[in-house]
Design a binder for this molecule. Structure first.
Ligand code: F6P
Length: 556
């Protein structure tokens, strides 16, 4: 694989020249071109994506598209969809797109058609989901399951919890889900505090089934369940009764089914996936089992369909029309030519309140890299800090800095035409008032308010500068019909592919995550020093030693 250095391309030189000559002026851009919004709006699946409030013109857009061409985004995209081992540092294929291929499709990788395997697992998940939903799957005392607790972290948590929250109106009315991820024992303690063990089912989700947090929480969940069942007399205090209870209250999701069996979960109650699914790309694999139970198989299939719609668009649409390609290119433009360091994602949809947290892993674990896929240093800035909160809450918190601060923060606004909860406040449709806020913010960011406009409002001269909005703060607006399973799948796939496009241009392996390893190793070395091992304590640096000594002095 040849990795192109983006900074040596002709397009990069062109973009550098264009940036130097460019004075952002969205007011004039819109005034001079009545078709600007139409020219710069794209559709993908159910989504209407307005790129017109970005700091681009036709020349910049053309040069960005040339950059994608010169960096062989098309070739890398084909390699990914074909199953080439593009995750070079782990020597793995990257095939999350195979998870949403329709039944009957075929994709042969290393001599195996992976699509039938995907659908075999899906059928198993759907049969399980049906059983839990219709009450056939019972706990050890014969009661139906009312709470499903997903225990996982990172990709085995963030996707499921984000989508569960996004699709709340689709959740079965007799089932609720909880998510335990943090090794802080508070997480488990709080999440199980009010649960009835007889009606609770745990899904232990871990791709590797070695993750410290998840296995610790899984063992604690098992102890909580068995102790409670024994204490209430629901089961006898025997090994056999305990094993029987685990079989009815624990299932697993993993690529390591041998380790699932070691933990004591019957492999018949385990849902597998493959090493070609990265953790942060796994919500549409068996990692979504909790979702299939919560929203049912038809809705889960609709969710997968949403991803597939965007996959087809990503593969088939010319770059100029290709929404994930354009979103990725815009991010390159802001990061590498404007020095933008962060990217705000601002959903005007309360149900998307975990979307930014989900995107943090997707984008930052993928593209937060300082070396390229061949081990050489990157040649330009990479990655962005993704963050955000739902509107309108963010408006009353951090939007001040986006509007009037000294940093350029590109924003993605996401809104839906319809709400699951239509409401009126007197004559005012509240969802419309909400949408008015979304539109107002994108407008204020783009066009600002000039000194003359501030003065025309009669503002005292000494306050004029404080009340000026410079504008030219870029945003993309993504609007869909409603937060359906398909739309949520489409939104995720959009960001998966725009992240991929950026990774290709930067020349990095977007599918490994070595940066999480050192902390894991050190935690295991430090753990003994914290509890009582004085020799291990003496080995620590003075800062770590001081902190541990403080802890030891304070602990009860
Ligand atoms: O944070 C590192 C990581 O490997 C993520 O990439 C992954 O999603 C998470 O840990 C959980 O891993 P697993 O699903 O194997 O428990």
């Amino acid at each position: 694989m040849t990795i192109v250095d983006p900074t040596t391309t002709t397009a990069w030189a062109t973009l550098t020249g264009l940036k130097t000559a460019y004075t952002p002026d969205l007011r004039s851009a819109f005034a001079n071109d009545p078709n600007r919004a139409a020219t710069l709006t794209r559709t993908v699946g159910d989504l209407f994506v307005d790129l017109s409030k970005n700091l681009i013109d036709e020349h910049i857009l053309a040069a960005l598209v040339d950059l994608a061409t010169e960096c062989d985004v098309a070739g890398r995209r084909e390699a990914m969809f074909r199953g080439d081992r593009i995750n070079v540092t782990e020597n793995r294929s990257v095939l999350h797109t195979a998870l949403r291929r329709p039944k009957g499709d075929s994709l042969v990788v290393d001599g195996t058609d992976v699509v039938p395997e995907v659908h075999e697992v899906l059928e198993k998940i759907y049969a399980f989901a049906d059983q839990v939903r219709d009450g056939q799957w019972t706990g050890v005392t014969g009661k139906r399951i009312h709470t499903v607790v997903n225990v996982g972290i990172g990709g085995s948590d963030l996707g499921p919890v984000m989508v569960y929250e996004a699709l709340k109106p689709y959740v079965h009315d007799q089932i609720r889900c909880r998510f335990i991820s943090n090794i802080d024992p508070t997480d488990l303690a709080e999440k199980v505090a009010d649960l009835d063990p007889e009606t609770t089912l745990f899904i232990i989700a871990s791709k590797t089934f070695t993750t410290l947090e998840t296995l610790t929480n899984a063992r604690m969940a098992r102890a909580w369940l068995l102790d409670a069942l024994v204490a209430t007399g629901a089961i006898e205090d025997t090994e056999e009764a305990r094993t029987g209870a685990v079989a009815k209250h624990f299932v697993a999701v993993s690529t390591a089914l041998d380790k699932v069996a070691e933990f004591g979960i019957d492999p018949a109650n385990a849902f597998g996936f493959w090493d070609w699914v990265g953790g942060r790309y796994s919500v549409d694999s068996a990692v979504g089992t909790v979702l299939a139970v919560a929203i049912g198989k038809e809705n889960f299939a609709g969710f997968l369909g949403g991803f597939h719609t965007v996959d087809e668009h990503f593969v088939g649409a010319p770059f100029e029309q290709n929404v994930p390609v354009l979103m990725g290119l815009l991010n390159i433009w802001y990061v590498d030519f404007f020095g933008a360091e962060s990217h705000a994602v601002l959903p005007y949809a309360q149900y998307l309140h975990r979307f930014a947290a989900y995107l943090q892993q997707l984008t930052m674990e993928s593209n937060g890299k300082g070396v390229r896929a061949d081990g050489s240093p990157v040649t330009c800035a990479t990655g962005e800090i993704f963050w955000g909160e739902p509107g309108t809450n963010g408006q009353h918190a951090f939007y001040q800095l986006i509007h009037q601060g000294t940093r350029l923060i590109p924003c993605d606004f996401i809104a839906m035409a319809n709400t699951a909860h239509p409401a009126k406040d007197g004559d005012q449709d509240v969802h419309e008032l909400f949408l008015a806020n979304f539109l107002a913010q994108t407008k204020a960011l783009a066009f600002g308010k000039t000194e003359a406009e501030v003065r025309a409002e009669g503002v005292a001269e000494e306050l004029v500068s404080a009340k000026v909005f410079k504008g030219n703060r870029p945003s993309t607006s993504i609007i869909g019909p409603a937060l359906t399973p398909a739309v949520v799948g489409q939104l995720i796939a959009l960001y998966e592919h725009s992240t991929f496009v950026q990774g290709v241009i930067w020349g990095i392996d977007s599918f490994d995550q070595w940066g999480v390893e050192l902390g894991k190793q050190l935690a295991m070395q430090i753990a003994p020093a914290i509890s009582k091992d004085d020799a291990a304590l003496a080995d620590q640096d003075s800062s770590t030693r001081g902190l541990i000594e403080y802890y030891r002095a304070q602990r009860h």
